[in-house]
Design a protein around this ligand. Sequence first.
Ligand SMILES: Cc1cc2nc3c(=O)[nH]c(=O)nc-3n(C[C@H](O)[C@H](O)[C@H](O)COP(=O)(O)O)c2cc1C
Length: 402
Amino acid sequence: MLNYLRLLTAGESHGPQLTIILQNFPSGLELLEEQLNADLARRQRGYGRGGRQKIERDRVQIVGGVRHGKTLGGPIALVIPNLDWPNWAGTMDVGPVGEEVPKVTRLRPGHADLAGAVKHGLDDVRNVLERASARETAARVAAGGVAKAFLAAFGVEIRSHVRQIEAIQAASPEIIRLDPAGSRNPEIAAFWEMVEQSEVRCADQEAEARMIETIQRARTAGDTVGGVFEVIAYGLPIGLGSHTQWDEKLDARLCGAIGSIQSVKGVEIGDAFAAAARRGSTVHDPITYDAERGWYRPTNTAGGLEGGVSNGAPLVVRGAAKPISTLIHPLPSVDLVTKEPQPAHVERSDVCVLPAAGVVGEAMVALVLADAFRQKFGGDSMDEARRNYESFVATYRPAPRL
Ligand SMILES: Cc1cc2nc3c(=O)[nH]c(=O)nc-3n(C[C@H](O)[C@H](O)[C@H](O)COP(=O)(O)O)c2cc1C
């Protein structure tokens, strides 16, 4: 999914810290911990999250690859300490512990418990769930923050909102998927401001109220809900990705990256699923050109991608997340060791993760786009990357009028 950049994350959900290493960003990129912490805080907000988000306020530390607020061009190393670690010190010690630590053996349907334990020959599901847990998405959000900082230097803006929770669909104005100017258009800026104010990251206030009620009802019933988030990227040049090879296609890379988010089971580019039920003549986005705007699409059913290549329109990617599988009223299951019927394991859990999943989606889109930028424009310094970018876009963008 990342063809040029490299990203590795490590660390368990209740271990001492998450560790992130990113490679192949250029030198001279301005990078401050505050920028990354803002997104970590956005990941933790949202109606329907569990108790843990209240215990912890994630804060990243940049521990390598940055000096005096600018990248050096080598690996960037980040850590996010787990503030809950002291409560887990015995259970999650790295070294051997004297006393017997209770094992988790009751398997949760829908989680990685059974498949992970069988795959690795384990008799304690904690050894699976600690890494399968979406705590790992904090690491991705921090890494995505670096990618966002890089893309912002080229005028790229990445946003997300919640389109659906359970069966409740939110309305949103078409302009947010149409105007590449993004928040430079005041109507679009106002829309995203409302999303940031909303507890479920949804600007449709009528839908928002019903979404909150649905989450409340699910919580009371000991149940969980899923839904759909949408990520939109503005200000992309034409030409990211490639039509020439399957694993270079930007749509494939985005589908993989969004599909890798815990609980996401469906990915959509533009209006793919609705378009499948329409005729071609009503689906494809007419091509226009004018001296001010250059190439421009009056509709954006394609979601900004044609032939696996960005076409200059806003990029639109959606992820469908299943309802969370840890249930307060657990489903019937089987004990991993005794093979006797047992209700599934219960632990502190979220009821709805859609607002957070959208923020993780932004991070994954940012990483894929930064990767495609690095491939297309190269450069070992930001200045070199910017020169390459500007000389390419000058080949097709009309020169600004003086
Ligand atoms: C932001 C976020 C938070 C999540 N929180 C929980 C949770 O509290 N409890 C839970 O069982 N699953 C949670 N999940 C989903 C599980 O991590 C996921 O279902 C599990 O790892 C199995 O992977 P899969 O659903 O992709 O097959 C969360 C997912 C995301 C994106």
